[in-house]
Write a protein that binds this ligand. Structure first.
Ligand SMILES: [Zn+2]
Length: 169
């Protein structure tokens, strides 16, 4: 491993090639207006330079590289595990959504409603917004499954209803 790789390339380019180091320009400007902040930045910069020069020791560089690789690997494993968990959640949600859609279709058939919009959308290609319950002929099997049990157990729901004026829809 070439220890030279650990020198920050942009910093090296700035100090060698540009007429003025932008950080120094910033610091001299800042020291006029915010001396305390400028001092803090200078200290931080010095610490960083010290760390950089420490990092180019071959043994340290090797250890640094190993630590970085191990850390990256464990982060990758964690990310992969999270990704797998998310994919399983997405699969479960897809399945739940499909079951929900099937149930809604069955209920719409039982009630003779438009399965696409239940009569709620004038743009619906299936019913142009007229497909509220009763608009289509109910599917007998679905009606017997989802509606009839309720009417059998609560026949009073029908009292008077069958003789009222049919609502337009
Ligand atoms: Zn519709």
């Amino acid at each position: 491993m070439n220890p030279g790789l650990f020198i920050d390339p942009p910093y090296a380019m700035i100090s060698n090639q540009l007429p003025a180091n932008p950080m120094q320009v910033l610091l001299s400007k800042l020291s006029e207006e915010q001396p305390e902040l400028a001092q803090l930045l200078t200290t931080m910069q010095q610490q960083r330079q010290q760390q950089t020069s420490e990092a180019i020791e071959p043994l340290d560089a090797e250890i640094h590289w190993r630590e970085q690789s191990e850390q990256a690997l464990s982060e990758l494993k964690r990310a992969k595990a999270v990704n797998n968990r998310l994919l399983r959640i997405v699969d479960d949600l897809k399945e739940a959504l499909e079951q929900q859609a099937n149930f809604e279709d069955a209920l719409a058939m039982a009630l003779g409603a438009c399965p696409d919009c239940w009569g709620e959308s004038v743009d619906c290609p299936n019913c142009a917004g007229r497909g509220r319950p009763g608009h289509f002929a109910p599917n007998p099997a679905q009606f017997n499954r989802w509606v009839l049990p309720t009417l059998r157990r609560h026949p009073h729901l029908l009292n008077g209803l069958l003789t009222t004026r049919r609502q337009s829809n």
